[in-house]
Write a protein that binds this ligand. Structure first.
Ligand SMILES: Cc1cc2nc3c(=O)[nH]c(=O)nc-3n(C[C@H](O)[C@H](O)[C@H](O)COP(=O)(O)OP(=O)(O)OC[C@H]3O[C@@H](n4cnc5c(N)ncnc54)[C@H](O)[C@@H]3O)c2cc1C
Length: 470
């Protein structure tokens, strides 16, 4: 018997073929996949209403080679996506998992749209950092809440059982690591035990667990966590108790653009369309085009951990395509200035410094000078008056380390061979973002949640349907 798990006495309140822990994107996609294969899964969700980090997200799912891309004349291939992921992760991501996820990405988005009527559109008009093609697929609102709503509607149509208020607390497993079932707790203190032939861990990472953050990501332990608080690292802890390997536990996704004090994510589209980020002294401090994840660290290193996004009317209009941006505007997060001096006064930044910063970016844009931080300003028009600004801070969005898996989303044991019937995806598994904050390519979170959910569902279905030992 493994520490932290126990052998079952063989009696369970109910028996299901596959238990899925967590009802976010990963869990719901795994469930839909199993239902399509004729297997009735049970999704166990600790909250009264499944939301997860997926529901808090912008719902942007990268995928390559989709009919939505083709309809817009976008050429994108598995090879291009693999290249972009590994370029950002400096080659540190597991090549087999990257290849599997990239290969699954197009078909999975098409399956969600065509077979399960989850409404997704291609986000065009600009490239996210590190992308060689427009490949974000998102609900028209660009809100994860709508991705969750669409996925839950699909689950209902597929008659998938989602047990809510069901916090899984323990896996039952024998010496061989085979999971026989799990225990869940109800809000009233009651407990139930469920037997199963396979388990999919879709309960995300440890962003909500301050002790685990202090151990693995001490630099962000005191930063604001913007993800779902119920993600407490359970998958990692159960997996470890079963002898599973973990990897890249210090990796995470940050974001350098959370409106403060409003607590609203401001889309990075502002920066990719020509906006800049300055500190309270009026100076830029990094290239805004490397990635929004590592920008969190740079923003938090500025005085007060604060910075201002600066943009103009053209970008203001683009921002309004994003529901969250409109929320921020309605909440009064946007300051305005008819010219540099009045904006400087509105945001309490020294006017000469802001004027100099803007003049520098104009020189970068027309090729008179080169940005010392390495951003290419020649691809967008320089900022023009009137100007606008939003005060932001950096935050931790979700952890990227987790259970090591193979290309079939099977959790690997200490010797590198798969555990008998345990699968993981999304934030529960080690991601494809390398070992550090800089390795996160835009959209890696939902890329691995959705596609590893799909792959885990397929692997578990194969195990059940063929009665195979995985
Ligand atoms: C503000 C924000 C914006 C983001 N925007 C994007 C984006 O646009 N694109 C992108 O790719 N990524 C984005 N991300 C990251 C993305 O949201 C996550 O990577 C993704 O949602 C993870 O999906 P998941 O299914 O693994 O986890 P989740 O969606 O968090 O689901 C996990 C579920 O498991 C449940 N759970 C946890 N423990 C237990 C337990 N013991 N028992 C039962 N249930 C349990 C939780 O309640 C939760 O519902 C964003 C993140 C944040 C915070």
């Amino acid at each position: 018997m493994n520490p932290g798990s126990r052998e079952s006495d063989g009696t369970f309140d109910i028996e299901v073929p596959v238990a899925i822990v967590g009802g976010g994107a990963c869990g719901l996609v795994a469930a839909l996949t199993l239902a399509d294969a004729g297997i009735t899964p049970l999704v166990l969700e600790r909250d009264a209403l499944p939301t997860g980090s997926t529901g808090l997200s912008s719902g942007m799912i990268p995928a390559c080679g989709t009919h939505l891309q083709r309809a817009e004349g976008v050429e994108d291939t598995v090879e291009m996506l693999v290249h972009d992921i590994q370029a950002k992760a400096k080659g540190q991501a597991d090549p087999a998992v990257v290849a599997a996820v990239a290969k699954a990405s197009g078909p999975t988005v098409e399956w969600l749209v065509d077979d399960h009527h989850v409404e997704l559109t291609l986000v065009g008009g600009f490239l996210y950092p590190g992308f060689s093609a427009p490949r974000m697929h998102a609900p028209p609102s660009r809100q994860g809440a709508d991705l969750m709503a669409g996925s839950l509607r699909a689950a209902e149509a597929a008659e998938i059982d989602i047990m809510v208020n069901a916090k899984v607390t323990e896996l039952f497993a024998g010496e061989d690591g085979r999971v026989a079932g799990l225990r869940l707790e109800r809000p009233d203190g009651g407990a139930e035990e469920i037997g199963c032939q396979a388990v999919v861990l879709a309960c995300n990472g440890y962003g909500g667990n301050t002790d685990m953050l202090a151990e693995h990501i001490p630099d962000m332990a005191s930063a604001e966590y913007f993800g779902h608080p119920g993600n407490q690292g359970d998958a990692v802890n159960w997996g470890r108790a079963l002898g599973a390997r973990t990897r890249h536990m210090g990796a995470y996704q940050g974001h350098g653009s959370v409106a403060t004090p409003h607590g609203i994510l401001i889309t990075w589209a502002l920066m990719m369309n020509g906006g800049i980020q300055i500190n309270t002294s009026g100076h830029r401090f990094s290239s805004e085009h490397r990635g929004y994840s590592e920008q969190a660290v740079d923003v938090l290193a500025q005085p007060g951990g604060l910075s201002w996004l600066i943009f103009d009317d053209r970008i203001l209009q683009l921002g309004r395509d994003f529901a969250e941006f409109n929320l921020a505007e309605a909440a009064g997060a946007i300051r305005h200035g008819a010219d540099v001096d009045s904006l400087a006064s509105a945001i309490d930044v020294p006017a000469p410094a802001l004027a100099l910063t803007l003049a520098e970016t104009h020189a970068f844009a027309d090729g008179r000078n080169r940005d010392p931080f390495g951003r290419d300003f020649t691809t967008q028009p320089p900022l023009s008056q009137p100007l606008h600004a939003i005060k932001v801070t950096g935050a931790l969005f979700h952890t990227q380390g987790g259970l090591e898996i193979d290309a079939g989303a099977r959790v690997l044991g200490s010797d590198g061979s798969p555990l008998p019937n345990l699968y993981a995806g999304g934030g529960a598994a080690c991601g494809i973002s390398g070992s550090q904050v800089w390795g996160y390519l835009s959209g890696n979170g939902l890329l691995t949640a959705v596609n590893l959910g799909r792959i885990a569902g397929q692997s578990a279905a194969r195990q059940i349907n063929q009665g195979i030992e995985t």
